[in-house]
Design a protein around this ligand. Structure first.
Ligand SMILES: O=C(O)CCC(=O)C(=O)O
Length: 262
């Protein structure tokens, strides 16, 4: 798909609301992404040990989850799953948009996958990425790539628009109740191939999938260069600090993730 530059109204929306929705990937690309995810979730030997899989089942239930035999709901460090995953992380549509929204100098922060196996309550709780990932400041953008059509029922990401007003470090210290958060939130219901760009300062959470359908999002999290991550907090992020953009320069990777154009 050709690069479509951001309209000034999109940038303005992101600055005001803390998020932006763009349809970045076409249907055949979405199929390719789903295939990449299916092979990541299949029980293959020889996977990089820093790819952490969080799964609900120890024995596969093939009938119920044909493409996700262990009911895996969180995979960390997808960029270690192969060259195609690194080139997807560096896809120019994602990086160009992140640069326009964030800074001309961008580093990778981390990569992960959030699957929502049907009926499994394993959602990401309310948080801001700058807090959970312990950045120096808020200059970060997470791109959430919708792998399936997302409705409130299938687990669309829930966002509190313009929620920078909550304090930087901790929601708890402000006595913000979950009810208050829930009532201010909107589900970002969008078709597969949509990318939801989230400011690291915006409050959001994942949801669980109440439908019978497959559902999941891929996440690539980026930081402005110089906005440091303080390690030792959550998962061990692979390739964190990898430069992906500088003024006039982009990490250039062949588009191998999409076999039809490689
Ligand atoms: O699953 C989602 O929709 C959001 C995931 C998320 O925010 C996270 O894992 O940090």
């Amino acid at each position: 798909m050709a690069l479509i530059p951001l309209a000034p109204t999109e940038v303005e929306h992101f600055r005001r609301e803390g998020y932006l929705v763009r349809q970045e990937f076409m249907l055949d690309e979405v199929t390719e992404l789903q295939n990449m995810v299916a092979s990541l979730l299949s029980p293959l030997p020889g996977r990089n040990p820093r790819i952490t899989m969080h799964s609900a089942l120890t024995d596969p239930e093939f009938a119920r989850f044909p493409n996700n035999p262990y009911a895996t709901y969180h995979v960390v460090n997808t960029v270690l799953a192969g060259e195609n995953w690194i080139s997807l992380m560096a896809d120019h549509r994602l990086i160009d948009t992140v640069c326009e929204l964030l800074s001309p100098s961008v580093d990778l922060d981390m990569s992960f996958l959030r699957m929502r196996p049907s009926g499994l309550r394993m959602e990401a709780p309310w948080h801001r990425d700058a807090d959970t990932d312990k950045f120096d400041d808020h200059r970060g953008v997470t791109s959430l790539v919708y792998l399936h059509d997302m409705t409130a029922a299938s687990g669309a990401t829930r966002v509190i628009p313009a929620s920078r007003g909550y304090s930087h470090r901790s929601l708890e210290s402000q006595n913000v109740s979950v009810d208050e958060l829930e009532s201010a939130a909107i589900p970002i219901e969008q078709p597969a191939g949509t990318v939801l760009y989230l400011s690291s300062s915006v409050v959001h959470r994942g949801d669980w999938n109440r439908t019978q359908d497959e559902s999941g999002v891929l996440a690539f999290e980026y930081r402005a260069a110089g906005n440091n991550r303080h390690m030792g907090t959550s998962e061990d992020p692979a390739l964190t600090d990898l430069p992906v953009a500088r003024p006039g320069w982009r990490l250039s990777m062949p588009s191998r993730w999409f076999s039809a154009i490689s």
